[in-house]
Design a protein around this ligand. Structure first.
Ligand SMILES: C[S@@+](CC[C@H](N)C(=O)[O-])C[C@H]1O[C@@H](n2cnc3c(N)ncnc32)[C@H](O)[C@@H]1O
Length: 365
């Protein structure tokens, strides 16, 4: 993880200033609750649904208790269809999901006892078939995975985080999550003989040709020359993220770590904010210059709006609070929702955090 996160340097939104954190927590089945929300409402959604056949949340109608993986995929896809409807056309959906092994009592005709089920990819392909653009398979490489007693396969230590979009073109702020370039690459950019050294005389299909590498280095040298005081040269974030699992605040919460969600919200919603009239996000036309993506010509900016349809303990809300985004969380469990309400708003004054009466109020604010 890059150290800007550790230092808390992401914890500011440009220009909007310190407005109180606004959110709305809604009790109910995600699919039903989403059906009451107007289309094109959210800038992005990020979530971790209950995994299939793993944890009982002790609420009627919960996802994850289906008899077969096929039924689970179908149910999850139908909830995600509603997520797609309420997302803006330029919105993204970040879906964290883990796999499991077939237990003895599973009745699926496609599976044998001990088979790796392949749930994440079954879900990803079904979502793609349902109209989503499948854009990235980010691997959450767990620093501290659960120990397993198995001696017949490697221990499982990763989960998937799929990046999906509603349209071919969408908002994605690569710069917000860019990581510092390695010193060795910077040095290489200045190496006099670099083209000759990299040339592969025998194999024309070598990974990157000297010429294209040279272009990259040229760009890097230009960037280095334009850097201001205290700035560092960066590269695009890669798709394997090494992050420790979250310690459970309350027994039974399968919380995802805040560090997994920070990059999703930074890349998926504008840190500059959005147009107060049409909610279109401002985007970077260069590293430091921002532009509106609409022609409204409105002065002023508003915070972007984020959704988590499986709110749990409210981790996504916590991250939204830290990053000045507005938040809507849905959960079927009254107990979990009330825990999240306490931790997100709790004893905070209205100047710091507030739950609005309606989603409309949240959008209009
Ligand atoms: C994996 S947990 C989410 C954890 C959350 N990301 C966090 O960091 O705390 C899944 C949540 O989905 C909720 N849930 C299960 N079925 C649901 C449904 N049909 N609609 C809405 N919420 C549901 C459970 O109550 C549980 O809180």
């Amino acid at each position: 993880m890059d150290d800007r996160l550790e230092k808390g340097e992401y914890m500011k939104i440009e220009d909007i200033g310190n407005t109180p954190f606004k959110c709305k927590l809604l009790l109910g089945d995600a699919k039903d609750v989403l059906q009451d929300i107007p289309e094109n409402t959210f800038h992005m959604a990020v979530t971790s649904p209950p995994y299939w056949s793993q944890r009982d949340y002790h609420v009627a109608g919960q996802l994850g208790q289906e008899e077969t993986p096929e039924e689970y995929v179908e149910n999850l896809v139908s909830i995600c269809r509603e997520v797609k409807r309420v997302l803006r056309e330029d919105g993204t959906f970040w879906l964290n999901i883990g796999d499991g092994y077939c237990k003895k009592n599973i009745k699926s005709s496609n599976l044998k006892h001990k088979d790796l089920i392949g749930i994440p990819w079954a879900v990803a392909f079904a979502l793609r078939k349902d109209g989503w653009y499948l854009r990235s398979d980010i691997i959450w490489d767990k620093k501290n995975p659960q120990p397993e007693s198995t001696r017949s396969r490697p221990s499982k230590s990763h989960e998937h985080l799929f990046l999906l979009s509603k349209s071919e073109k969408y908002f994605y702020d690569a710069e917000a999550i860019a990581v510092p370039q390695k010193e060795v690459s910077v040095r290489r950019a200045y190496s006099k003989n670099n083209v000759e050294k990299r040339k592969d005389y025998k194999n024309d299909n070598y990974a990157i040709s000297g010429k294209s590498q040279d272009k990259t280095y040229e760009k890097m040298r230009k960037e280095l020359e334009e850097l201001g005081d205290g700035e560092v040269i960066t590269r695009n974030k890669r798709d394997v993220w090494r992050i420790a699992t979250a310690s459970n605040k309350i027994k039974h919460f399968a919380s995802f770590p805040m560090k997994l969600i920070f990059p999703c919200i930074l890349a998926g919603s504008s840190s500059k904010g959005c147009c107060p009239k049409c909610q279109s996000p401002w985007f970077r036309e260069s590293k430091k210059n921002w532009k509106p993506s609409c022609d409204c010509g409105e002065s002023g900016l508003k915070e972007c709006l984020v959704l988590d349809p499986f709110n749990g303990s409210g981790t996504t809300g916590e991250v939204c609070r830290g990053l000045s985004r507005k938040y809507v969380g849905i959960d079927l469990s009254e107990e979990y929702l009330s825990y999240a309400r306490d931790s997100l708003i709790g004893s905070r004054s209205e100047l710091e955090a507030e739950e609005t009466n309606s989603i409309k109020e949240l959008i209009d604010f």
